[in-house]
Write a new protein. Structure first.
Length: 536
């Protein structure tokens, strides 16, 4: 056909319902209000509220007189998120889309039939994907752009209009779908012109004399003869969801319920673009007037006394992921652990989540190697450990670029095989272990390892002519068989934890007949001997 127009009916209401799915499940009447307090007026209602008698322009106090009417404030942030989800829906099918309006996009279907099937099948796929994103849409497939836009606004569900049927199918639509100006709409109403078919029956020349060029344009649109090019939208790699709360959230459980919904929406948008999340950015707007001394106002998100410092207005954190993920449940568990370890200091008024996009992880298992742990589950396990023992005590040790003995830091643990080229390196290492240099079976050459004692073990050392000859530590007594050293090192004299050590490598014969290779050092600052570790 050519083009598919995707329209979101009652966009303002759907943007709010998308963030509060229980409103749709309960089919409650909903009215959106906007304005400056105390003068709030209704700007949008759903079908249930319209049937109950709620009308545009009513004040909040008037709406409150109705029974079982949900009242929400219009949310610009949720509307931006819904519009971004609509764009992601279009880009999930075609790289050529037009950002027509906040509630409308047009997708170019040219060249997609061999990949995705017929135009009708593509349209059904987009409607299903829209439901996964929390949007209920109308889709119209026609050869012309403007005809598709009018059909999507005027007909419910899926509409397919073939070439030559434009005027007949559009004739049943009211003239409101043409979006005329208020003056022209009132004039047409006075003439009794209420449908597109009645408008096309008017002579164009007389219509031009009375309504001008806008009347000619409306006449052309009603006949389905308007032709124009697609105004392409530039794709953006930006995924953000926002929710403004009616009541501040203090507990972790209700907050997790909201985060689960928002993460599900983020993952649905990422999946539509064949992407995954490599980082989750969290931004909370907190209640600056919160006081922990007020009765019933202590939040279970934090167990410390809030009187230590005034609550911050903004809470921002970044959850960095070792591999790109698309599982909303795993992301929720990681985010929960992150918030438990570093909770906000006051109730939350607004939630903003953003995802840094990356290509999904693609890995291939090795035939002769055991499978490595699943990165998502491993990251969840590491997060739980860090929540128990602290971030500085869970991870992989990394030596620092310094001369200080045993100076290291903890970095994020990454399972072997999760990076590029790891599988090939492991396979080559295994092949070297199975075959010698000449191709025959053999063993990999052994390497010495040094086992560090943390903290260093106190020892007693007997010297003869400045060289250790007898040692004792941990209840063991031994004779020094061979000694190498000393190696003197010192540094950081300007700090309180400066060091000045003389190190020795000692081969020790214990009683009865046990040998071991250890590294001892004499701490000149503390003036005592210690065992740094042993060689395996």
């Amino acid at each position: 056909m050519g083009f598919a127009a995707i329209f979101v009916p009652n966009f303002l209401v759907q943007a709010v319902v998308r963030a509060e799915a229980e409103l749709r499940l309960r089919e409650r009447a909903l009215a959106l209000i906007e304005g400056a307090p105390p003068v709030w007026s209704v700007v949008a209602v759903n079908e249930a509220a319209a049937r109950a008698g709620v009308q545009f322009g009513m004040t909040k106090s008037q709406v409150e007189q109705f029974c079982r009417i949900e009242i929400r404030h219009r949310s610009r942030g949720q509307e931006r998120a819904a519009h971004a989800a609509l764009l992601d829906l279009g880009w999930s099918v075609s790289p050529r889309i037009e950002d027509t309006a906040p509630d409308m996009i047009v997708v170019d279907l040219a060249g997609l039939n061999s990949l995705l099937g017929t135009d009708e099948e593509i349209a059904k796929r987009m409607m299903q994907r829209a439901l996964e994103m929390g949007l209920s849409v109308n889709v119209a497939v026609t050869p012309a752009i403007d005809v598709a836009i009018l059909a999507a606004r005027g007909f419910l569900g899926l509409t397919v209009i073939a070439t030559g049927e434009e005027a007949k199918r559009l004739g049943r639509l009211p003239v409101e779908v043409l979006s005329p100006s208020i003056e022209i709409f009132e004039t047409l109403e006075t003439w009794g012109i209420r449908t597109c078919e009645a408008l096309t029956a008017l002579p164009v020349l007389q219509l031009s004399e009375r309504l001008g060029q806008e009347g000619v344009r409306l006449h052309e649109l009603a006949r389905g003869e308007s032709v124009r090019s697609l105004v392409l939208a530039e794709p953006e790699i930006h995924f953000e969801e926002e929710m403004e709360l009616e009541d501040a959230v203090e507990e972790l459980e209700p907050l997790s319920f909201l985060l689960a919904r928002m993460l599900g929406q983020l993952c649905a948008r990422l999946n539509a673009r064949a992407l995954a999340a490599c980082a989750i950015r969290v931004r909370f707007e907190l209640d600056a007037a919160y006081s922990a001394d007020a009765p019933g106002k202590r939040s279970s998100l934090r167990s410390v006394d809030f009187r230590e410092k005034p609550p911050a207005k903004i809470y921002e954190r970044v959850l960095t992921l070792p591999v790109a993920m698309l599982d909303s449940k795993t992301l929720l568990n990681l985010l929960r652990l992150h918030l438990q370890g570093d909770p906000p200091s006051a109730p939350i008024l607004r939630i903003m989540l953003a995802a840094d996009a990356a290509r999904p992880r693609v890995s291939q298992g090795e035939l002769y190697l055991p499978s490595s742990p699943d990165p998502e589950r491993l990251e969840l396990t590491m997060a739980r450990l860090a929540n128990l023992v602290g971030d500085a005590n869970a991870g992989s040790p990394e030596l620092m670029d310094t001369h200080r003995p045993d100076d290291f830091r903890m970095r994020r643990f990454v399972a072997p095989g999760s990076g590029p080229g790891i599988g090939r390196a492991n396979r080559s290492k295994r092949q070297r272990a199975m075959h010698g240099k000449d191709g025959t079976a053999g063993n990999e050459p052994s390497e010495n390892a040094f086992r560090v004692y943390r903290p260093a073990v106190a020892a007693s050392v007997e010297l003869q002519e400045g060289c250790p000859v007898r040692v004792s530590f941990r209840g063991m007594l031994g004779e020094v068989v061979a000694a190498s050293g000393p190696w003197r090192s010192s540094g950081d004299w300007w700090r309180e934890d400066a060091w000045h050590n003389d190190e020795w490598d000692l081969e020790i014969l214990f009683h009865p007949g046990q040998r071991g290779l250890y590294r001892f050092f004499y701490d000149a600052i503390r003036q005592d001997w210690f065992v740094r570790g042993m060689y395996d």
